[in-house]
Design a protein around this ligand. Structure first.
Ligand code: NAD
Length: 356
């Protein structure tokens, strides 16, 4: 892989490889852009086939974090760490303390958090060696309810955009996946008196949980979820679920959920949704509640302040929808324009010297 070529093309700042022979720690930290603040992004532990796959993954994920933080209005840049290894074998106190030491060595340019196969209890070890870690058990805790809360407000904004009213009452919903975020989202929608909610799930345990918790919410088979006539379809399971096969089947006005990378091909499927007049809530904007929540740890965590900032997703979504209309682009593209514009503006505003 031509790393410098790729970094130059997408404006990366730094790519750091680290290794610890004793614990088998083998990782890469990428800092994409720190114009707005320190780069924040979780650490992912994955069994990559080779170094190039790991490198490409960390580069892409870090860049995604830059846009996510910028669109969320946070003073954070984008970064990410990937660890190459088998999560069943490599995890230990020493392994994660080793990671913490490498994070510390970046002296605050990068702040880590949890991601796939790295959980809050692992971060406690990381935290023994570095101050630059968020999402700790004794601080902001589980991000999922906050992610779902942000999506709830993003759905309200999307309803406002399409129907001229943000009321959940009287509206119908379908939710794909009721693990953590889907479950919380259904709770918020029920509380706001949604007229009807359907869901689908492949895990029997979660189906049983739903039957007990929300007997009025109706189960449908996984493949049927796309065909339902509802106001809002909320993907809360996997990425790439908006594709050539599913978009023509949709019978909804809005697609807005917690899942990442929902359009399989951002350009093609963003435009297909636009052409079908289905409003797509850009994933990295609507699902930023968890990121906003951990960001508050950097200022001394206060739940009310975090919730207040998460509510602002409502206004941000409306700004992005306006931008999409003004520029006649699909909404995911408008969200990127919004994020890039914010980075550009702040870099200019902060270009003069002021003593503090
Ligand atoms: P989760 O694993 O707790 O829940 C996902 C659920 O989807 C599981 O119960 C799984 O069985 C189900 N599922 C998988 N494939 C399915 C299918 N084909 N049909 C129906 N159900 C299916 O995950 P989560 O934490 O709720 O996250 C959901 C999505 O949101 C992921 O894409 C994640 O990356 C994204 N996200 C989560 C957070 C967060 O705070 N947890 C933040 C940002 C983005």
């Amino acid at each position: 892989m031509k790393k410098f070529e790729y970094m130059e093309k997408h404006g990366y700042e730094q790519l750091v490889f680290f290794h610890d022979a004793e614990t088998g720690l083998k990782g890469i930290t990428c800092i994409h852009n720190t114009t707005l603040g320190p780069a924040l992004g979780g650490t992912r532990l994955w069994h990559y086939d080779n170094e190039d796959d790991a490198t490409l993954d960390v580069l892409r994920l870090a860049r995604g974090m830059t846009y996510k933080a910028a669109a969320a209005g946070l003073n954070l840049g984008g970064g990410k760490t990937v660890l190459m290894g088998d999560a069943e074998k490599v995890k230990s106190e020493g392994y994660f303390r080793g990671l913490g030491r490498y994070v510390q060595s970046l002296n605050g340019r990068y702040i880590t958090a949890e991601d796939i196969n790295v959980h809050a209890k692992d971060l406690d070890f990381v935290n023994m060696e570095t101050d630059y870690v968020v999402g700790l058990q004794h601080k902001s805790g589980n991000p999922s309810p906050m992610t779902a809360l942000g999506v709830f407000h993003g759905i309200r904004a999307s309803l406002q955009e399409v129907f001229g009213s943000s009321d959940i009452e009287g509206k119908t919903f379908s939710v794909q996946g009721v693990g953590q975020t889907g479950d919380y989202l259904i709770g918020y929608l029920q509380e706001a008196k949604a007229k009807k909610i359907y869901y689908t799930e492949i895990n029997e345990k979660h189906i049983k949980k739903m039957e007990e918790k929300y007997p009025d919410v109706e189960f449908v088979e996984p493949d049927k979820i796309y065909d339902l006539e509802v106001d809002v379809f909320a993907p809360c399971a996997l990425g790439a679920v908006m594709n050539d096969d599913t978009i023509p089947r949709l019978n909804c006005k809005i697609v807005a959920g917690t899942a990442n990378n929902v359009p399989e091909d951002e350009e093609k499927h963003g435009n297909m949704l636009k052409e079908r007049n289905i409003l797509y809530a850009p994933d990295f904007v609507i699902n930023a509640g968890g990121l906003i929540n951990v960001y508050h740890e950097l200022q001394g965590y206060n739940r009310d302040n975090a919730v207040n900032d998460i509510r602002k997703i409502y206004d941000r979504m409306l700004d992005i929808y306006k931008l999409a209309k003004e520029n006649d682009v699909h909404t995911q593209q408008a969200a990127k324009l919004f994020a890039k514009e914010r980075i550009k503006t702040i870099s200019t505003v902060r270009s003069n010297f002021i003593k503090r």
